[in-house]
Design a protein around this ligand. Structure first.
Ligand SMILES: Cc1ncc(COP(=O)(O)O)c(C=O)c1O
Length: 458
């Protein structure tokens, strides 16, 4: 019988993270200080992050060793399995061979603990006792609550209000791991109070929740800030996914994949899976590797956003980052994939997109849920709404192969389960899911807030 589930031994858990910064064909523009507009230095970031993470943020080393303490926690669920989607292939009638990496086997159900564990570890090493963060879908807040618990740290989570209301059990599971949860915008911070004064019914956004968490961390000596995506070190920690998948594909007798697909919110699961494969593009081992990011049509950062400097948060407290952005004031429509509702993008992903090394696509939530249902009924997994975007992208690629007859290898990262998202599936079955279009008018409106900010040309 040909293998369906390709596994690695615990001893094959990667010993080093892959740092794409070492291989970039063109140099990255630097992040800028929000006040001086000069490139940020380590001293600017020190109040918020431990030095080890600040060093990883700028490191040009190709491989960065994973500390044993981090590897031993990751071993609770890693290496995660790679599946051959035989039943999906059959249902689609495609000649393509589809593989998916399954990150939903982590204790908290998504890829997020891969970096949460590393971030909690480095903070504890530096004597920090409390971490503040934001969460959209709740997956990141849950992962960080879990990781902080293991390293004896307190965890304060600001959860986007709309997701807080859509997913009541997320609060309970974060509390189960010892986290404290505050719906955002909240009265607890100046940033939250200002938003509420302007709009008492604000559904919140990741940009607003980040402002609240940064303000919380900046105002307390014992507290650091942690981000679940976007930053270079977060993407770095996620590369265990792609490195394992590469070894697993080899074990399955495949060469490098022809197409690599990931869903895109801030960029961490996408980059964690895709960057290790992209190093073969940069090395010219596989020049024709196609890499595709799938994002929601209601928050089309990569496909419709402008590539320029913008703040990572709504209140303008973070450094200005070179990225695709819909504008830091943008509050995306309340679609169910809360983890993909972010106005900006990881600068590293924006940079490789700008360099023509990958492509991006936007999908409506209805077509993503349709793909999610087909996946559950063939492969058996109830995917998170975020992950249904990558399923849709992979299915489209497989159907393209059906038309052309090409026997390509399609590999995608199934980044999380949807066990806390049944209200979203119920809305889908009840016919209550709405489509949301992002218009050029909305972009023009949002971009007004960026007037006067430095542009990429200087
Ligand atoms: C399951 C899942 N997938 C994807 C994302 C998007 O984040 P990123 O683009 O950083 O992977 C999230 C964010 O919360 C998530 O929970």
């Amino acid at each position: 019988m040909d293998a369906t589930k390709i596994t690695l031994d615990e001893s094959e858990l990667p010993k080093a993270w892959y740092n794409v910064q070492a291989d970039l064909p063109e140099p990255m523009p630097p992040p800028l200080h929000p006040g001086t507009r000069e490139p940020v230095g380590p001293e600017d970031l020190a109040p918020l992050f431990p030095m080890a993470l600040i060093q990883q943020e700028v490191s040009q080393e190709r491989w960065i060793e994973i500390p044993d303490e981090v590897r031993s926690v990751l071993a609770l669920w890693r290496p995660s399995p790679l599946y051959r989607a035989r039943r999906l292939e059959k249902a689609l009638g495609t000649p393509a061979r589809i593989y998916y990496k399954w990150e939903g086997v982590s204790p908290t159900g998504s890829h997020k603990p891969n970096t949460a564990v590393a971030q909690a570890y480095y903070n504890q090493q530096e004597g920090i006792s409390r971490i503040a963060t934001e969460t959209g879908a709740g997956q990141w807040g849950t992962a960080l609550s879990f990781a902080c618990g293991l390293f004896g740290l307190e965890c304060q989570v600001y959860m986007v209000r709309i997701s807080f209301d859509q997913k009541p059990y997320r609060k309970a599971i974060m509390e189960l791991y010892g986290g404290k949860v505050q719906p955002s915008p909240s009265e607890a911070t100046e940033a939250g109070r200002q938003i509420l004064a302007a709009d008492p019914d604000s559904p919140g956004s990741l940009g607003i929740a980040i402002s609240e968490a940064v303000e919380d961390a900046a105002s307390r000596e014992d507290t650091h800030y942690a981000l679940g995506s976007v930053l270079n070190h977060v993407l770095l920690h996620q590369t265990v996914i792609g490195l394992e998948a590469e070894a697993q594909l080899q074990k399955a007798g495949e060469a490098l994949p022809d197409v690599v697909v990931g869903c895109f919110g801030g960029g961490s699961n996408f980059a964690g899976f895709a960057f290790p494969f992209m190093r073969h593009r940069f090395d010219h081992d596989k020049d024709d590797l196609r890499v595709i990011a799938c994002e929601p049509a209601s928050c089309p950062t990569l496909t419709k956003g402008e590539y320029r400097y913008d703040f990572g948060d709504t209140a303008g407290m973070t450094p200005l980052m070179p990225m695709h952005t819909l504008g830091h004031n943008f509050v995306p429509a309340p679609v169910h994939s809360g983890g993909l509702r972010y106005h900006g993008a990881a600068p590293l992903v924006s940079h490789v997109l700008q360099g023509g090394h990958m492509q991006a696509r936007a999908y409506q939530q209805l077509e993503c849920f349709e793909a999610g249902v087909q996946f559950a009924r063939t492969e058996g997994i109830a995917a998170a709404p975020e992950a249904t975007h990558v399923i849709k992208g992979a299915i489209d690629e497989a159907l393209r192969c059906k038309e052309t007859g090409d026997e390509e290898v399609i590999a995608f990262n199934l980044c999380g389960h949807g066990h806390f998202d049944m209200a979203a599936y119920a809305a889908y079955f009840a016919g209550d899911l709405e489509g949301h279009e992002f218009t050029g008018k909305m972009l023009d409106e949002n971009m007004k807030a960026l007037e006067g900010l430095p542009t990429m040309a200087g």
